[in-house]
Design a protein around this ligand. Sequence first.
Ligand SMILES: [Fe+2]
Ligand SMILES: [Fe+2]
Length: 413
Amino acid sequence: MLRRIRSEQLQVGMFVARLGGPWINHPFWRARFLIANEEQVRQILSAGVQEVWIDILKGRNLAAPDTPGTPDTAEIPDPVPASALTPDPMDPATAPQLAATLDAEIVRARELLQSGKAVIGSMFADIRMGRALEVNGALLLVDSASRSLSRHGQALLALARLKARGDDNYLHAFAVCALMIAVGRTLGLPDDEVRELGLAGLLHDIGKLTLPAAPAHKASERTPEEEEIYRRHPSAGYRLLNEARLYSNIPLDVCVHHHERVDGRGFPYGLAGSELSVHAKIGAICDAYDSLTSSRPGHQPWSPARAMEYMAVRVDTLFDRRVFKAFTRTVGIYPLGTVLRLRSNRLAVVCAQNEADPLRPKVMAFYSVSQSRPTPTELIDLRHSDETVVAFENAADWGYTDEQLMEMYATVA
Ligand SMILES: [Fe+2]
Ligand SMILES: [Fe+2]
């Protein structure tokens, strides 16, 4: 049984179940512990923690009656409000970043992806082994991803979409993390919420690690039994995060609700529209986009433009309209790396968005369909050209990999 008290009411012998306030910033944020001495009380007070949840079954209760208006006992604590996360002005994560060119940032984003793999890989391995979840490394990764997106808004998103086989869990988590940070920024959410969104992206599917491999990773044609098991992963993830004492609203919310849909036909609870938070709606859209554009067993990756089109026609049934609009502003109606067929019957790859006119991005023409051969590349700004888009294409159908296309467009944007 938990009871919320003010920090100054803490006494030796009380069992701290959770600390309120800026959970990431204070030194005890993952801890549940018995207050053994006055020094611990002083540390909590000097860390700026305003309120504390004590477990009155495991430790001493507050003897005196509480002051009027003070929250009373509650069986389940409310998650820490997102606003409790305060950015540190000295933190490089929140310090201003200098803009970088796309090709320069792709190089750095590649290194980030590589180093993040070890961090997240060991976090996932711990979960599989039943060890405690440790998210400090994940938070550092979120901050690095944020800095990358500050230097260039597209490099990390373009790179994270290119998936290598065998790294599915990690790369999906990382891609959703990057997308959620980027969409949170487009929506103008405060930095502390955006940071939690990033963490939510990394952790959203963590419940899958507790499932048998087949239902967790099959993209299609799950048997009814496998589907039933698969649908447990949001709640399993929520439980894992709670067990890890990650009392943070946004990761918990996104973890449990990222498969909910605005028409109420999602799972696990069938929540609809206003019952879902903006964070859960961001999670749903970023997760769906990355899943559709990824290669998984039984599912060929869709081109980013095809995924955008698929999602656009499901706005108001599967996806929230306002968040999807922000999503399209973030990645583009034709995301970077999309292959388009132009009126001149040439293929061109999208190199840069035109924010004012998202249907007419900057493209690099590289292949003649009528002559069935590559052509000298030509950079075209579709806003100032007679060329128009007649269709979007799948790069693989023309023998090009996403990596090859990236080499082509990265240097010109
Ligand atoms: Fe999921
Ligand atoms: Fe996912």
